[in-house]
Ligand binder design. Structure first.
Ligand code: ADP
Ligand code: MG
Length: 302
């Protein structure tokens, strides 16, 4: 295991941002930390990046302890922060050279690494462009190229697709897939379901705690069947009638009734027939990570 998180807790005054967290990441995995705003993702990220001390517990990265061996941890990680970290008035190459120098790299070695890192992220033709003139998606890729320059064992990214449009998000996903294929271990925090769906394994976080862990498919399999969302003017009444007739336990979400059930198409047809006029609209979908989270916490991710 390349990342070990053990009993990790971080308090700010009387607020507990991260609470007794335990998980491990295997080499080569794309590991996602999924949770809504305020669930403790950035706090965990900052501890892992040696920028913040834990209140209790430990993280080991590549065998090194974040508290006792922060320099060794820093050499083992590449970090892409939630906030922008490039100099917009410099070119792509100049940003990468500055980063290389920070890590004691120079000369032919640095030039070779910049070339490899830039072409890996599809930036070969943009190296002389000022960062400020690039699209948000390209800037993100420059940040990743920068984080990988010293060839870290683990790439950490805090909400990398926040602020990107859907096309740029997809593109970022493709580059993550390429890094995965090249064997890079990636730890990514997100509150975006699509981004989480692309991870090999996920930790779901809510209010600083772990609520579940598994592959996206394993997590979704916990939901009992398909999800049906019924819109009605009288949710309490319809809920009671559905319960009585079908033995289901609808939950109320956003003013609509939500039912998890196998063979949902049959249930929908029967419910509409059984209660004429009571159902305004019906939507049916396969379980998403949002459904998993809703089931486990009663809260939404996004
Ligand atoms: P996320 O990244 O999932 O949105 P954060 O880790 O940023 O969550 O925040 C988790 C909780 O910790 C929030 O309630 C936040 O207000 C609190 N928090 C984070 N950093 C600080 C800080 N420096 N001082 C006080 N509270 C903080
Ligand atoms: Mg955050």
């Amino acid at each position: 295991m390349i990342v070990h998180v053990e009993n990790l807790t971080r308090r700010f005054g009387d607020r507990t941002a991260v609470s007794k967290l335990n998980f491990r990441v295997a080499p080569g995995e794309v590991f996602g930390i999924l949770g809504p705003n305020g669930s403790g993702k950035s706090t965990l990220f900052r501890i892992m990046a040696t920028m913040l001390a834990p209140s209790e517990g430990t993280i080991r990265v590549n065998g090194f302890d974040v508290t006792r061996q922060p320099d060794r941890v820093r050499a083992s990680i590449g970090v892409v922060f939630q906030s922008f970290s490039l100099d917009r008035k410099l070119t792509v190459d100049e940003n990468l050279v500055a980063q290389g120098n920070l890590y004691g790299l120079s000369g032919a070695d640095l030039r070779g690494r910049i070339e490899a890192s830039a072409s890996r992220l599809g930036l070969a033709g943009r190296r002389r462009d000022l960062v400020g003139t690039l699209s948000g998606g390209l800037q993100r890729r420059v940040e990743i190229a920068k984080a990988l320059l010293h060839q870290p064992a683990v790439l950490l990214m805090d909400e990398p697709s926040t602020g990107l449009d859907p096309a740029a998000r997809r593109e970022l996903g493709q580059y993550v897939d390429e890094l995965r294929a090249a064997g890079v271990t990636i730890l990514v925090t997100t509150h975006i379901l699509d981004e989480a769906d692309r991870c090999d394994r996920l930790l779901l976080m809510h209010e600083g705690r772990r609520v579940a862990e598994g592959t996206p498919a394993e997590l979704k399999a916990r939901v009992g069947g398909d999800v049906v969302v019924l819109e009605t003017e009288q949710p309490e009444r319809l809920s009671a009638r559905l319960k009585e007739r079908f033995g289901v336990a609808p939950s109320l979400a956003g003013g609509a009734l939500r039912v998890e059930i196998a063979n949902a198409h049959r249930f929908v047809a029967e419910a509409i027939e059984a209660f004429p006029g009571a159902i305004e609209a019906v939507a049916l979908h396969k379980p998403t990570l949002e459904d998993v989270f809703l089931d486990l916490t009663g809260a939404r991710i996004s």
